[in-house]
Design a protein around this ligand. Structure first.
Ligand SMILES: [Zn+2]
Length: 307
């Protein structure tokens, strides 16, 4: 009885509610003490775990592979301390800078890259991302998915270094989902393909990240307010005027600074129709190979960790 009561109070003590966010520390990673602090933070990277909550949380915590994990009911688990490096991006590059772990925050969302996540998760991600944007002064176009930054080494399918190693988190690039997250812009192009550092290895993914493919539109109705938010580049001005996480200390004036702009490297959303993209043989093959590659890279990772 006493033990049960103690356990109950421990759970309460480990739960924080900050501005609508339910934060829990039950899966804080034992790797925290050995991780170094990031020198800078220029991107927030969204992932999908492709697994159930329990196994995702166990794995993420054990290996220190994310800063946060958002489960189906919207609860946010803190895994690695916000200012430290989490090993979430693997082989990655953005704008010529390799090893994205050194300059990014990683948020894992329990779910799949091609399936809708829950509305509770979207609400929690929106709040968490908004607070982090305020802290690190990041624009909407600096909130990306793992598939934006992951790249693959040459292999039997691709002769060159290529984008498209993973489709992880790709739904978070779709306009209907970004609209739900109050994100008015996204990267307009792949800087590393433009600079010929990488070649395109997954045409379908490219259409999702930079084109008009939006398979989530049918799940998330983009109505009145959300639509106008998607259109308006100033929407953030209204929605981010909130205080940050309790643990964060920022001066009052700093909170209003973050406002998205429409520079050439950002793409404001246009009104888009759902474009049906029937899977052709090539896409199916791509999907299959990307899954195979993912499995391979997981094995690779596991080996590295063992070392
Ligand atoms: Zn990922």
């Amino acid at each position: 009885m006493i033990r049960r009561a103690l356990l109950f109070f421990l759970c309460i003590a480990l739960t924080f509610v900050a501005n609508g966010l339910v934060l829990k520390d039950d899966y804080r990673s034992p790797r925290n003490p050995e991780r170094r602090n990031r020198k800078r933070t220029t991107l927030i990277i969204l992932h999908t775990t492709e697994a159930h909550a329990k196994s995702s949380l166990n794995k993420l915590s054990e290996r220190g592979e994310a800063h946060y994990c958002v489960v189906e009911n919207g609860t946010v688990y803190r895994i690695i301390d916000r200012d430290k490096e989490a090993f979430h991006a693997g082989r990655s590059m953005w704008n010529g800078r390799e090893d994205c772990d050194e300059y990014t925050i990683g948020i894992e969302v329990v779910g799949h890259h091609d399936k809708p996540v829950t509305l509770a998760q979207l609400d929690a991600i929106k709040e968490l991302v908004s607070q982090l944007q305020n802290v690190y002064k990041l624009k909407d176009s600096q909130v990306v998915c793992h598939s934006h930054v992951a790249y693959g080494a040459p292999n039997k399918w691709h002769k060159k270094k290529h984008r498209g190693r993973k489709r992880c988190g790709m739904l978070f690039a779709m306009p209907s989902v970004r609209s739900k997250l109050d994100l008015a812009t996204r990267p307009a192009l792949d800087p590393d393909i433009k600079a010929k550092r990488l070649v395109q290895g997954d045409e379908y993914l490219s259409k999702v990240l930079y084109g008009s493919v939006d398979t989530m539109r049918k799940h998330y109705s983009v109505k009145g307010k959300a639509k106008s938010i998607a259109k308006s580049v100033n929407a953030k001005k209204v929605s981010t005027n909130k205080p940050p996480l309790k643990e964060i200390k920022i001066k009052k004036g700093e909170l209003k600074k973050h406002q998205p702009t429409t520079k050439a490297d950002e793409e404001p959303f246009k009104k888009g129709k759902l474009i049906k993209t029937p899977k052709n043989a090539e896409e199916k093959e791509n999907e299959k190979s990307s899954k195979d590659i993912e499995k391979g890279s997981l094995r690779e990772k596991a080996k590295l960790i063992k070392k």
